[in-house]
Design a protein around this ligand. Sequence first.
Ligand code: SF4
Length: 335
Amino acid sequence: MTTTTIQIPSLTPHPSLEYWSVCKVEALFETPFLELVYRAAQVHREHFNPQAIQLSTLMSIKTGGCPEDCGYCPQSARYHTGVQNQQLLCVEEIIEKAKIAKSRGAGRFCMGAAWRGPKPKDVEKLTEIIKAVKELGLETCGTFGLLQDGMAEDLKEAGLDYYNHNIDTAPEHYKEIIGTRDFDDRLNTLGKVRKAGLKVCCGGIVGMNETRKERAGLIASLANLDPQPESVPINQLVKVEGTPLADAQELDWTEFVRTIAVARITMPKSYVRLSAGRQGMSEEMQAMCFMAGANSIFYGDKLLVTANPEEDGDQLLMAKLDLEPETEENRLKQG
Ligand code: SF4
């Protein structure tokens, strides 16, 4: 009989990293709103050029028909959401899109596939795709689900820079949202990704009927990963008809901004990405998120299968706010 070694990254960080208890993160959430945003803006300026926004483009390379039951996801085969299933696209089609993304200023090309996890034959195709995207001079990121032993190494060897694997929500809230896997399954794949030397993109979703304490639990879990993720997408739930969370309680905009600010303070060197849900946010709210330390966005008119603000709208907003796409040159330069 063979035994499987479960690689779970430590949630007790290195002594040089600050330990974030849920209580401590909750106390940050309770800071007076403008004071919290001000503190986050200060931390942001210590580590980044606040005028530079990292732009990523996300493309769904395999859509729908996923066996998992994530309560927020229109791509689960269990819900009737009208998403058209699409098998893994061919290299040529993906390269076409990657070239367009590059010409519009994206520095990173993220590819998402709706699987519980890839099969070995999928990884063979993925390595071919990653090599081709990499040759265009773009950074590459993949989100392909749970990984088996050795897969992260194969993806890294093909040229993958980042692996996205969100922890979704607080450990205490996990079972309310997903029944087909548990929180430790996510940590297990994150451990494999780190061991292979890939950079980690890991965040979560807010607005899924969680309490503030559970939002604090999500941020504490992210901040205590050792090392902290290089990229932290903070998503606002996009309520899709047909999913169990279609009628989730509305989250006040200030609570979303607080979550961004708390992520910035607890993960000072990470890119905090304003991710899904931007379509429903006013320009003023997005500006407040940038003030609170968000410094990365998804750029392009689709986020996997839900709408994202039009690129032209993004360009206009960035111009109004005197923000510019991040480049090697402006990354650390203070504005
Ligand atoms: S979030 Fe990912 S794993 Fe969950 S149902 Fe959607 S595609 Fe599948």
